[in-house]
Design a protein around this ligand. Structure first.
Ligand SMILES: Cc1cc2nc3c(=O)[nH]c(=O)nc-3n(C[C@H](O)[C@H](O)[C@H](O)COP(=O)(O)O)c2cc1C
Length: 207
């Protein structure tokens, strides 16, 4: 059986968080899909709420703390990424955006990514298409076609929850199809210089 890792990034601020719940369901569905294809998956949750202060400090100083570095390495070293944000003001929230702002440039290039969001109204579901998908396209990720949005009614049981489940299974199948044929990602080299000293002295990676 081959092995792959999946980073499961969630940017919910609540506890408990529907964003985390959606991320976990997407990750489990992808793991089950890949298991059926003979691929064992390690799920690596990255709950951004736990790194919020470090993300802001990284934006101000240009350097991550040790714990944020670990979280960033989980994402850079994963074979696939599930990325879920709550919708704030018709877009991703600031924490989600800032985390991907401090991720090493190029880290997601060619990497399969499943995008998803939670929101207070289904009327904002297209924020995934006008905000989240373009950001990952800019980062040159391979974003799967199905983006999953969950509104409050999708958690209330009945047909809406059944429809959410169907969207989750479809998106997970698409992510599995992208992850399986790719060779397993090499773990990040902690000694690799990704930024020149000139760029470090200037305080920012120019990419
Ligand atoms: C500042 C703020 C702005 C929000 N803006 C929107 C919005 O524009 N559209 C929407 O559907 N929901 C909006 N919401 C609702 C959140 O997206 C929703 O509560 C989210 O699912 C909470 O996720 P969590 O349970 O993981 O904390 C907003 C919430 C906050 C706090």
């Amino acid at each position: 059986m081959s092995r792959r890792t999946l980073a499961v990034v969630s940017a919910g601020l609540g506890r408990p968080s529907t964003t985390r719940l959606l991320a976990d369901q997407l990750a489990a569905a992808t793991r089950d899909e890949l298991a059926g294809q003979g691929v064992e998956v390690d799920l690596r949750p990255v709950e951004l709420r736990d790194h919020a202060h470090d993300v802001v400090n990284n934006l101000l100083t240009g350097f991550p703390s040790a714990t944020l570095r670990e979280a960033l390495d989980v994402v850079s070293g994963a074979d696939g990424v599930v990325a879920v944000t709550p919708i704030f003001n018709a877009s991703y929230n600031g924490l989600f955006k800032s985390f991907f702002d401090v991720l090493d440039s190029g880290a997601l290039a060619g990497r399969p990514v499943l995008i998803a969001a939670t929101g207070g109204t289904a009327r904002h579901s297209l924020a995934l298409e006008h905000a989240v998908r373009p950001m990952f396209a800019y980062l040159r990720a391979v974003v799967v076609p199905t983006a999953v949005f969950a509104a409050p009614e999708d958690w209330s049981g009945g047909s809406a929850e059944g429809a959410l489940r169907a969207r989750i299974v479809r998106a997970a199948g698409e992510l599995a199809d992208q992850v399986r044929p790719r060779p397993a990602a090499a773990p990040p080299d902690p000694f690799a210089l990704t930024t020149s000293f000139d760029e470090l002295l200037a305080g920012r990676d120019p990419a």
